[in-house]
Write a protein that binds this ligand. Structure first.
Ligand code: AMP
Length: 457
């Protein structure tokens, strides 16, 4: 397997990676880094959680390490455009972590903070600037910043930038960049508008992609528990006390979240181990070995750390946090029900801020996951009949404006009434307080800040 050391990265970058505990590049990193190091434009199809930020940050840092020019006043050498403030801050943080031994300057230009202060911060010239398009264009139009010195451009999450209406700002910014530059575009999807953008602003780009899996494994019994965020630790402990849970893999969105979960379980008298990027390789291997040989019954992992886990006979996958990328859900639950065994996947969904993620997952897997309220946690550990199919394939049974899906063969009111009365609707009998179909907001109603992406895996 390729190691970072094989990719030709400069020693200060390898040192920082070692300190981060990263030894092996993720697939998108292994595919993208060699192209960027040699100065080729690149289109990367990858979602958050795949390690895509380092896929562009590392080779860009490498180029800067090999070229000690100083940035000009009111200008930058590397420009990264990203759709949101949160993502921009996370990208900047990645550049700073991986580049901490290089002595480079970096800054953030985002809306919502005083523009004058921002203009003053970047006035001396900046090596790496991460910006949201609107605010950057504002600074450029006020003649407080110039783009004619940029030698590397990154358009990150290009599809989201387009969704958020930044196309004109992006085109205006790209129009002011020097023709001679390196350009990278990353996007989770490749609709025609993104292909056109790449065609217009990139030159003969290499293409790399990490493909999401197509469908959920049918043998997995999937359930959701709707609950308050604060109730998750207790619900998890209750669940893990069930004898059916022989070997459980618990997923959190962040490294700190994983540590918190382990500490919480320890307080409840349940032994668990965490694996994530902050753990030394040796610690990870020990935890994984213990999980494999049965000494560790509960392993708490982040998505990237879980990539190397190839353990059969995981009886339960528990999503302590729902992933913000629907495909990640499919990857996660695919860890159970391997080699012909059956498995249970239980997801905690915070009432306040994870319903949009659940909706995305159900749309992707084209089925509705049976849901119970918090007090269904204990019984949800027991095997149940296979999860029912949604009333109709998602493509035909579109939710109405309030999020109701039409029910096939039964009148919708009758279905809701039956659920309220606790009637078994084919495998839903474990629900004590079923969630009615209209209670989940549809995608359009998801608040923007809920799309915030955790980069702390
Ligand atoms: P991203 O897809 O860029 O949001 O990255 C997801 C998370 O994976 C980030 O928290 C990174 O710190 C982490 N990460 C990136 N590359 C690696 C790697 N090669 N090994 C372990 N963790 C990584």
């Amino acid at each position: 397997m390729t190691q970072f050391i094989d990719l030709g990265l400069a020693a200060p970058i390898l040192k920082a990676l070692g300190e981060e505990g990263y030894a092996t590049p993720t697939p998108i990193q292994a595919a993208a880094i060699p192209h960027v190091i040699t100065g080729r434009d690149l289109v990367g199809i990858a979602q958050t959680g795949t390690g895509k930020t380092a896929a562009f940050a590392l080779p860009i840092l490498n180029r800067l390490a090999n070229d000690q020019r100083r940035p000009a006043r009111n200008a930058c050498r590397v420009l990264v455009l990203s759709p949101t403030r949160e993502l921009s801050a996370q990208i900047l943080d990645s550049f700073r972590r991986y580049g901490r031994h290089l002595g480079l300057s970096s800054a953030l230009v985002i809306g919502g903070v005083p523009i004058e202060r921002q203009a003053r911060t970047i006035a001396p010239g900046i090596d790496i600037l991460v910006a949201t398009p609107g605010r950057l264009l504002d600074l450029v139009n006020r003649f407080r910043f110039r783009l004619d010195n940029v030698d590397t451009l990154v358009l990150d999450e290009a599809d989201r930038m387009l969704d958020m209406g930044f196309i004109h700002a992006i085109k205006a910014i790209c129009g002011k960049l020097p023709a001679e530059r390196l350009s990278l575009l990353f996007s989770a999807t490749m609709p025609p508008a993104i292909a056109a953008l790449a065609e217009q602003f990139l030159r003969n780009p290499a293409r790399v992609a990490v493909t999401p899996p197509a469908a959920t494994v049918d043998a997995i019994d999937q359930r959701v528990i709707m609950l308050d965020r604060g109730a998750k630790p207790t619900a998890l402990a209750e669940l893990l006390r069930q004898p059916e849970v022989r070997r459980a893999l618990v997923f959190t969105r962040t490294k700190h979240g994983a540590d918190r979960v382990v500490r919480g379980l320890e307080k409840s008298g349940i032994t668990a181990e965490a694996i994530h990027g902050n753990k030394a390789q040796g610690q990870r291997e020990r935890a994984l070995g213990g999980f494999r040989n049965g000494r560790v019954r509960v392993l708490v992992a982040t998505d990237i750390a879980a990539r190397g886990i190839d353990v059969d006979d995981i009886s339960h996958v528990i999503n302590f946090d729902l992933p913000n990328i629907a495909e990640t859900y499919v990857h996660r639950i695919g860890r159970t029900a391997r080699a012909g065994t059956s498995g249970v996947a239980i997801s905690f969904c915070s009432d306040a801020d994870e319903r949009g993620y659940l909706r995305d997952i159900e749309t992707l897997i084209r089925r509705r996951i049976p849901a119970s309220q918090r007090n269904g946690a204990e019984r949800a550990a027991a095997p149940a009949a296979p999860a029912p199919r949604p009333p109709q394939p998602a493509a035909q049974a579109r939710p109405d404006r309030r999020g109701h899906r039409p029910a096939k063969g039964r009148n919708k009111a009758a279905v809701n009434a039956a659920r309220g009365a606790g009637e078994d609707l084919g495998g839903l009998s474990f629900l004590r307080q079923p969630v009615r179909s209209g209670e989940r907001p549809n995608r359009g109603s998801r608040p923007r800040d809920e799309r915030k992406i955790g980069n702390d895996r």
